[in-house]
Write a protein of this length. Structure first.
Length: 446
């Protein structure tokens, strides 16, 4: 197994508090070279899927291996692109969800939802829903100016930042100072005793990709997942078709007393609550219950000046320097998948399963918190990246100082370098070398 893959899985499993010995049960297979990028996206994908599988077999007390096939992983991480509904391909990004050239850089907007689209147009003073009109309005403004104005109007826009600029940003420093995920025991409620038979009950209050991927995974593993959306703002139809497989869905207006009573009754019988709205948005509804496993996912994290901001994977890539890393001098780039969304989703599913295991052993109401920006930081700062310099060396020679690649042939006790550099072409005697002068040869057996 590739050391980078093993390292990523071990790091995630350790962050989840899992038994290190279980990591040996993961078997990685499948084709190579998938989800190619400058950043180690495939390693992130493999590791997050692996720990979701490990958490499932641990909770079920199941024997055997956890199989992680690169082909299946890569396909699942771009699952929204493969969806077809009666042969029709989905619309993953609306026309106004894209990069725009500002007067001093680049901005990315997200306008898939009607209310976000309306806020974008309002902030820019654009009356018509036109790519040309929006492009002209943003071109006259600085990138951060557009970001500030659109967010103030309730929309979504982020200025492109380099990794260095994000590291110096107050929110970037906040993200860097915190762990990939937070796991808390909120009280001393006794170990859960199931008052009923049947599957786990999961309330799903999430949107778009990351949260729904987590709850979709729990549904696959046998949970009864009930997703709740506000009746006036349902999920986009294609998004629903792709991420709500295995679930049931219902529309409830939590500001309506009768609907709120329905939610309270559901919560009283739930095992898990998963929320994906910005931090603080649901606090007024008092959703905690003793013994519940609560899982919260956000874009930027719970802390810092952006802690209560909305956000999506594509925007987090732009703010954190990922889009700059994957782009060129002429334009920004993007990861080959919405990897922060999908990766965080599988990691969240693993965190829920591990929390259920710990709750049943030790009791306590459990809270786990993840953020797309934290996953992005883990991708860019923790997972090993391919650096050619790590596999190069320098050797003095008659030709000059050579910088050259090390051999990929490696085994315990084997050589790491050649015994001699190249010399002047044709300049050696036509005789065999002297084994006594070759440090790799034992003269007694030569």
């Amino acid at each position: 197994m590739d050391n980078t893959v093993r390292t990523g899985t071990e790091l995630l499993w350790s962050a989840l508090g899992g038994d290190p010995a279980l990591v040996d049960r993961v078997a990685f297979t499948g084709p190579s070279g998938l989800l190619a990028a400058r950043l180690p996206v495939m390693d992130l994908a493999r590791a997050t899927v692996a720990v979701a599988g490990l958490a499932a077999v641990e909770r079920g007390g199941l024997p055997g291996k956890v199989r992680v096939d690169d082909g299946a992983v890569a396909t699942a991480f771009v699952s929204e692109r493969h969806l077809r509904i009666d042969g029709r391909a989905p619309v993953n990004f609306a026309p106004l969800s894209r990069f725009w050239k500002a007067s001093d850089g680049w901005v990315r907007t997200h306008a898939n939802y009607p209310h976000h689209r309306a806020a974008l147009l309002s902030a820019l003073g654009v009356r018509e829903e036109s790519v040309q009109a929006v492009a002209a309005a943003i071109a006259e403004r600085k990138a951060v100016e557009t970001e500030t104005a659109v967010y103030a109007a309730g929309g979504l826009a982020v200025a492109l930042r380099t990794p260095e600029e994000w590291a110096a940003h107050e929110q970037g420093r906040e993200v860097a100072a915190r762990p990939l995920l937070a796991r808390e025991r909120l009280d001393d409620a006794g170990p859960a005793r199931r008052r009923r038979s049947g599957p786990l009950r999961v309330l799903d209050l999430t949107r778009v990709i990351a949260g729904p991927v987590a709850t979709r995974t729990l549904a696959l593993l046998g949970a009864d997942v009930l997703r709740i959306d506000p009746p006036g703002n349902p999920e986009l139809p294609d998004q629903h078709a792709e991420t709500d497989i295995g679930k049931r869905t219902v529309a409830l207006d939590l500001d309506r007393p009768s609907d709120r009573r329905v939610l309270d009754g559901l919560l009283d019988e739930a095992d898990v609550l998963v929320t994906g709205y910005r931090p603080g948005a649901l606090e007024r509804f008092g959703l905690h219950r003793p013994g519940l496993v609560i899982a919260r996912i956000s874009a930027w994290g719970d802390h810092g000046p952006w802690g209560e901001r909305r956000g999506f994977d594509s925007l987090v890539q732009v703010a954190t320097g990922i889009a700059a890393t994957e782009g060129s001098a002429d334009e920004p780039g993007a990861l080959p998948a919405q990897a922060l969304d999908h990766g965080t989703g599988y990691l969240l599913a693993a965190a829920v399963l591990r929390s259920l295991t710990e709750r049943e052993r030790e009791g306590g109401t459990r809270l786990v918190r993840l953020a797309l920006a934290q996953t992005g930081h883990w991708l860019t700062h923790t997972l090993p990246r391919y650096e050619p310099a790590h596999h190069l060396t320098e050797t003095p020679s008659p030709l000059g100082l050579l910088r050259h690649a090390l051999s990929p042939v490696s085994y315990d006790g084997g050589p790491t370098r050649w015994s001699r550099p190249p010399g002047v072409q044709g300049g050696d005697d036509p005789t065999w070398g002297d084994p006594a002068r070759d440090p790799r040869v034992d003269p007694a057996t030569a």
